[in-house]
Design a protein around this ligand. Structure first.
Ligand code: NAI
Ligand code: MG
Length: 770
């Protein structure tokens, strides 16, 4: 064909990648795959059929691991864990490095197998999935090496159960296994039932790389195998997949003491302002929604386009869509491959067919028979339309318009999800104003779908919690060296004594900056150790919680500067210090101890400490291997409620409050029930210290009555359960309502852990250069 014709038509031929290397690997394994336990493949069964979605052909048969088989894998991981941890960071670093090297050596096999098994274009598996997975192991070899010095006060969790989805099979495996191994954990990983093949090659590589038997175990199977792993005797579950399964896992692990991280779905906005470089934004959008056939948790699946440029943009986008080539994933000239499975295809079709709103445009490009779906654009939707809210998980983009930046932010955040967001503007000031306002764990400015092992990835709201990648990702696979003792349970003193005088000593709740009578009108007599009546504390109920959270959501504290927050914390410290003797007497009267003055001084010190941190708990600029800065910004988790411990009625109230306020959160404090009067007294200190209304609310009454309502409340982002395991379980059992974070506290002087619990990292990617 003459070159001129090629330029005219832009026609180019096929360039199929040779698949024999992968088929040979399968043949060498007898066409069957199964669990890899204690350093070897167990005999496999033909329970489930693994297919190439592009052709429907069987690739292999796979064992559906039973509960017993999962138990065996967990036992192998358990047995291997102590030695793996004791081997030390540098020894583990060598193994992780060897894994990276061997993956690099087998990169072509891995890429071909990934495309065969999942249906993704070979260009993507070869240039994105596999290199990023390898990079993850290299990066975490470094974290293992540095652990003894950089994370000297942290240790492994133990055995981690890891469950991954089918959209990035090897990459998700890398995101899970590399940090776990680096920190000294051993793992049992379950790949998705549609896409187990590259995990099997990885198992092979583990044997070659000298991974000690039992350190990495892989169980094959479906949701039932995953559920068995969740129930097994593991120390942590790390899950990536659908929000509905994430919710089930949160319920299943409630009260088990297992750590949990969830990376769930999304409906990420892709915002194009009227000053954007439109052609770049169109090209970015191709990546955002047609990369991996749109089967990407952080896909830019909601286009928000400035009204003034909407028609022009949509036209250019349609022209570009028509040029996308759909077909054989193993063809290097293909842009869009196969949908992972006919079931997933049916789900996409059903969602699009059920939609009657807006105008639907399918790309005018040949679509092969079988498990393929054309790139699709649905314009003219309203923010409340189903397809603007629900994750489609396919190559379908929905679109709406906005007029002002404020409106763009409002529409963007009108979602139950909060995973990622993309924004396009040539105005850096606008970009950096908007990025922090978007409810998302990752924001891309003038780019999309950038990932790196050094930069954290993860969501907020119903997109889950926890970060993968970077220093922040290591938190999820390690814990403080000093175990946290279970708080002592205190029984309230009883008595019938009358007050020394007839002044009404009924304290009030503190809600929305005001002293408030409890909604139920009840209060409870509080007695000292000798039965003397000290006063009455109100009994809060569900409606008081509702009012407190409403006040929290309206308080705007998250927008204040660290300097201002420091000033207010210092002011609180000053005002408390001025009343040391009054508070000390109150504490001694309630507890019968003589440590009141010491406790007040400690509380003052805590206020000074977190005042000091308020403008110093900083983010980072990540060292990513491309022309971009990745800013890891610390953002407040939002609205917190705390069940305060009984042990130190004042210090146990002031510590969570100070840590929460320092990092920009509002908090509702459920005070110690047996010793609530230091808390009700403290509300006067809050009033005197310019703390804005709603930032701190104080409730009293039996915590067991409040805990379930806190767990279920849709407005609370986090509950800190600082008063023991029993109530933690109560809260966790209901926390899946809005995928709430539940945290059990840290040692008093472990400031880093308290500050981490109050913040979440948002990664803002800003590429540079012309
Ligand atoms: P899924 O959430 O059911 O599967 C993810 C993983 O969890 C798989 O390994 C599966 O075997 C396992 N699993 C399923 N049920 C389980 C249970 N009860 N306990 C423990 N593990 C369990 O996702 P599925 O069914 O493959 O896809 C359905 C929808 O989920 C998609 O259409 C998409 O909307 C969403 N999804 C989101 C992903 C993300 O990355 N955010 C990834 C995959 C799916
Ligand atoms: Mg498959």
């Amino acid at each position: 064909m003459p070159i001129e014709t090629i330029f005219d038509t832009m026609e180019y031929g096929t360039a199929p990648e040779d698949r024999s290397v992968a088929l040979q690997w399968i043949a060498n394994h007898g066409g069957l795959i199964g669990p890899y336990v204690n350093g070897a493949f167990a005999p496999a069964r033909d329970d489930l059929t693994i297919r190439n979605p592009a052709t429907g052909e069987k690739l292999a048969g796979m064992t559906l691991c039973t509960k017993d088989e999962v138990t065996e894998a967990v036992q192998s991981a358990r047995a291997a864990q102590p030695d793996w941890q004791k081997a030390g960071g540098p020894a583990r670093a060598r193994v992780l490095y060897a894994l990276a090297r061997l993956m690099q050596k087998h990169a072509r096999l891995l890429a071909v197998m990934e495309s065969l098994d999942n249906g993704k274009p070979i260009r993507e598996s070869r240039d994105i999935d596999i290199p990023l997975a390898i990079r993850h192991f290299y990066h975490h070899a470094g974290h293992a090496q540095l652990m003894p010095s950089a994370l000297a006060d942290r240790v492994a969790l133990g055995v981690c159960g890891q469950i991954i989805p089918w959209n990035f099979p090897l990459l998700m495996l890398a995101w899970k296994i590399a940090p776990a191994l680096a920190m000294g954990n051993t793992v049992v990983l379950k790949p998705a039932e549609y896409t187990p093949m590259t995990a099997m090659i990885f198992a092979d590589i583990c044997s070659q790389a000298g991974v000690p038997p039992g350190v990495v175990n892989i169980v094959t199977g479906d949701g039932s195998t995953g559920a068995a792993l969740v129930d097994a005797s593991v120390d942590k579950i790390a899950f990536t997949g659908s929000t509905s399964v994430g919710r089930q896992i949160q319920e299943a692990t409630a009260g088990s003491g297992k750590s949990l991280t969830l990376e769930l779905g999304g409906k990420s906005p892709y915002i194009v302002f009227d000053d954007a470089d439109i052609d770049s934004a169109v090209e970015g959008l191709v990546d955002a929604i047609w990369f991996n056939q749109g089967q990407v948790c952080c896909a830019g699946s909601r286009l928000l386009i400035h009204e003034a440029i909407a028609d022009d943009f949509h036209n250019r986008l349609k022209a570009r869509m028509d040029k996308l080539r759909i077909g054989d994933p193993l063809d290097k000239s293909i842009d869009v491959g196969a949908i992972v499975d006919p079931i997933q295809l049916q789900q996409i079709q059903a969602l699009v067919q059920a939609n009657t709103a807006g105008q639907t445009y399918h790309a005018q490009t040949p679509v092969p028979e079988g498990c393929f779906y054309p790139p699709t654009l649905i314009t003219g939707l309203h923010p409340a339309d189903t397809l603007m809210q629900e994750e489609i998980f396919g190559p379908v983009l929905v679109s709406t318009t906005f007029r002002t930046p404020a409106e763009a932010v409002e529409i963007a955040n009108n979602s139950k999800y909060g995973l990622a967001a993309t924004l396009w503007t040539e105005n850096i000031n606008l970009a950096l104003e908007i990025a922090p306002k978007l409810v998302a764990g990752v924001v891309w400015v003038n780019a999309t779908n950038l990932f790196d092992a050094a930069a954290g990835f993860g969501g907020t709201r119903e997109s889950g919690f926890g970060r993968e990648g970077g220093w922040e990702g290591l938190q999820a696979y390690s814990k403080p060296r000093q175990p946290l003792p279970e708080p002592a349970q205190v029984t309230p003193f009883t008595g019938q004594g009358a007050a020394a005088d007839d002044i009404d000593r009924t304290a009030k709740l503190f809600i929305g900056g005001k002293q408030a009578r409890p909604d139920g009108g009840y209060s409870q007599a509080i007695f000292g150790p000798k039965g003397q009546l000290l006063g009455h504390a109100p009994i809060a109920n569900r409606k008081d919680i509702r009012n407190a959270v409403q006040a929290q959501l309206a308080c705007g504290w998250g927008k204040t500067t660290g300097h201002l927050r420091a000033q207010i914390l210092y002011y609180l410290a000053e005002n408390l210090a001025a009343q040391t003797s009054r508070f000390a007497e109150r504490l001694d009267a309630m507890t019968g101890l003589t440590t009141g003055a010491e406790e007040v001084r400690a509380a003052v010190d805590v206020l000074f400490t977190y005042a000091a941190w308020a403008d110093k708990f900083e983010g980072r600029a990540k060292s990513v291997p491309m022309r971009a800065v990745a800013l890891a910004m610390r953002e407040p988790v939002g609205a917190i409620a705390a069940l305060c411990s009984d042990q130190h009625p004042l210090l146990g109230l002031v510590t969570p409050m100070a840590a929460a306020l320092c990092t920009g959160n509002s908090i509702t404090l459920c005070a110690s029930a047996p010793f609530p009067l230091a808390a009700t007294d403290f509300s006067h200190i809050l009033e005197a210290s310019d703390v804005p209304a709603g930032v701190v609310n104080i409730l009293t009454g039996p915590q067991a009555d409040l805990a379930p309502h806190l767990g279920a409340h849709m407005g609370l982002d986090t509950v800190w359960c600082l008063s023991g395991a029993e109530l933690t379980q109560e809260v966790q059992a209901r926390a899946s309502s809005n995928i709430k974070r539940v945290w059990q506290g840290a040692a008093q002087d472990d400031h880093d852990s308290w500050l981490d619990a109050g913040t979440e990292i948002k990664t803002i990617w800003i590429p540079y250069g012309e």
